[in-house]
Design a protein around this ligand. Structure first.
Ligand code: TEU
Length: 540
């Protein structure tokens, strides 16, 4: 399948739908909700990790790569999901977390027990470097009671694998083959641009260490090898690399088809525009100019270099975009649609994160204990140790915690928002009046998403067109032009709560309004965009 006219829906399995009533979402729950996803019109469902795991990092700490965690169901349930989804022309994408394993994985246990074959599966050193874990604190922990240290770029229970060891790669390729043999047609590779560590590791000048292990040329070699030895043989498989931070230059290398690495990549630069001095655990309004600059640079750069972006505003690691970029108290519906159009009409493959199609919001938990995420708790401790008081620390947590997007999907107005019959593993949010039931009855966001998904299949200029920035200085308009053969599409998104009047290029004056979140548009040379308005003008 070419992936250019497809839309992918992300399900956070723990929080989607709990069929067996134990408070945790499960595979049977996803099966039950397939008709809902079919109605939305998506082509593929990406599931966050569903493998056996101590759940220190919600499944990104895997203890067995080729099984299903009983909290989610059985392998038979998974096969049923693949089959039933397939009947609805929906494919399944799985999360491949191949940079690290849980310290409860048998490889790590054997290594700890002294087996040197398995010790070489990990990155062990006598002298640790000064690198920091992405979840805070040191990136090295003592390896059992030895004098060695093992590297963990994430939690101390997530040990980085030594990709330089061919035996490790062989084992990981078996994992990929195992799942594709079950009919999995999508693979999302977690933090795949950090798998290539140097043989000799050096202290980092920036203390964090990210330049020492990110986007190393050898990472491209490993990904290409994995492509050749596993999924590359089946052209219908779609792959996406998650790149915690990467460059446009590397983005092109990862995704240009002739490189035979990946179909597309996620990058996060546009979601760091509300970090003060590059630090996530701060609170500040987002910087629109920075956002626009990043979106244009990636849109144009990847278009010119024949690379391919995964397009998204939300995922399980991010607070809800509505809370970050929209004056949602006044413009929730309109803003949700504007955000959606800004990526669905763009060049790349759009991802819908569960709940955004009904305009869900951050939960605003009042107590620290309500948050479950390991990163959140580490961050709280660090903020307090830096001298912040509880209230200030909580304000930052409320704005930045990854749990903001992980709260249970709000299906209806019954107890626990119809997610489960018992207390959910993570509380539902504050705004439980936003539900699927209500949205389908009287809302307009869901139908707007349906239309956008449909348009991508109908108009090649959306799926195939190139990208040129359309800049309107001194406004908060994020605009771009897409072109394909004799078709053109002008997309204008007003990121402000004020109306803005702009000049429409003559070429589009007789065009057709393909989509807008405000009714009855007549095109005039001077066009006034209302607050948070989006408009796509098509001409041929
Ligand atoms: O995330 C990788 C990553 O670098 C970030 O998105 C990270 O979660 C964020 O910067 C923390 O502030 C992936 C997964 O999406 C995430 O859920 C996992 O925790 C992480 O890898 C480790 O596997």
């Amino acid at each position: 399948m070419s992936f250019k006219d497809k839309v992918i829906y992300q399900v956070y399995p723990k929080s989607f739908y709990d069929k067996n009533g134990d408070g945790v979402g499960d595979i049977q729950g996803i099966i039950e909700k397939l008709p809902y996803l079919e109605t939305l019109g998506v082509d593929m469902i990406w599931l966050n990790p569903i493998y056996p795991s101590p759940q220190k990092d919600n499944g990104y700490d895997i203890s067995n790569y080729t099984a299903i965690d009983p909290i989610f169901g059985t392998e038979a349930d998974f096969k049923e999901l693949v089959e039933k989804a397939h009947e609805k022309k929906i494919d399944i994408m799985l999360d491949m977390v191949l940079n690290h394993v849980s310290i409860e994985h048998e490889w790590f246990k054997k290594a700890l027990a002294g087996d040197s074959y398995y010790q070489d599966f990990f990155i062990l050193r006598n002298e640790p470097t000064n690198w920091e874990s992405k979840f805070g604190g040191n990136a090295w922990s003592q390896f059992g009671d030895t004098s060695k240290y093992f590297l963990h770029l994430f939690d101390k229970t997530q040990a980085d694998l030594n990709w330089r060891n061919p035996n490790v790669r062989k084992e990981l390729y078996k994992v990929v083959d195992f799942w594709t043999a079950l009919g999995v047609k999508g693979l999302r590779f977690d933090v795949i641009n950090v798998i290539g560590k140097d043989e000799v590791l050096k202290d980092a000048e920036d203390q964090v260490g990210k330049f020492e292990y990110t986007d190393k040329p050898i990472a491209h070699e490993f990904i290409h090898e994995m492509n050749q030895k596993t999924f590359g043989k089946d052209k219908s498989i779609v792959t996406v690399g998650e790149m915690s931070s990467t460059t446009i230059e590397n983005g092109i290398l990862y995704t240009a088809p002739d490189r035979e690495e990946l179909s597309m990549i996620f990058n996060f630069h546009h979601l760091k525009v509300d970090y003060r001095n590059g630090e996530k655990w701060t609170k500040m309004p987002y910087d629109f100019e920075a956002l626009k600059f990043i979106l244009h640079a990636w849109g144009e750069g990847m278009s010119d270099g024949n690379g391919w972006n995964a397009l998204f505003w939300n995922n399980h690691d991010q607070p809800r975009a509505l809370n970050r970029f929209i004056d949602w108290k006044d413009y929730r519906e309109r803003g949700a649609k504007m955000l959606a159009a800004s990526i669905h009409l763009n060049r790349g493959t759009p991802y819908v994160y569960m709940g955004e199609e009904i305009g869900m919001l951050d939960p605003e938990f009042s107590e620290l204990e309500m948050y479950q995420d390991v990163e959140t708790h580490n961050a709280y401790d660090i903020l307090i140790s830096e001298g912040l008081n509880h209230q200030k620390a909580m304000e930052i947590i409320q704005a930045k915690s990854r749990d903001n997007s992980r709260t249970p999907m709000q299906w209806d107005s019954t107890e626990h928002s119809g997610f489960s019959t018992s207390t959910p593993w993570l509380s539902t949010g504050k705004y439980t009046d936003i539900t699927v039931e209500k949205e389908l009855e009287q809302g307009t966001i869901f139908t707007f998403y349906q239309k956008l998904i449909q348009l991508r299949k109908e108009k090649e200029v959306i799926s195939e067109g190139d990208y040129t920035p359309f800049d309107v200085p001194n406004t908060r308009i994020f605009g771009y032009v897409r072109r394909f053969d004799d078709e053109a599409l002008l997309v204008l998104n007003n990121f402000s709560h004020e109306s803005v009047t702009i000049d429409i290029p003559d070429e589009f004056l007789n065009g057709e309004v393909l989509i807008s979140n405000i009714d009855t548009i007549s095109l005039t040379k001077k066009l006034t965009l209302e607050p948070y308005q989006t408009i796509g003008i098509y001409t041929k």
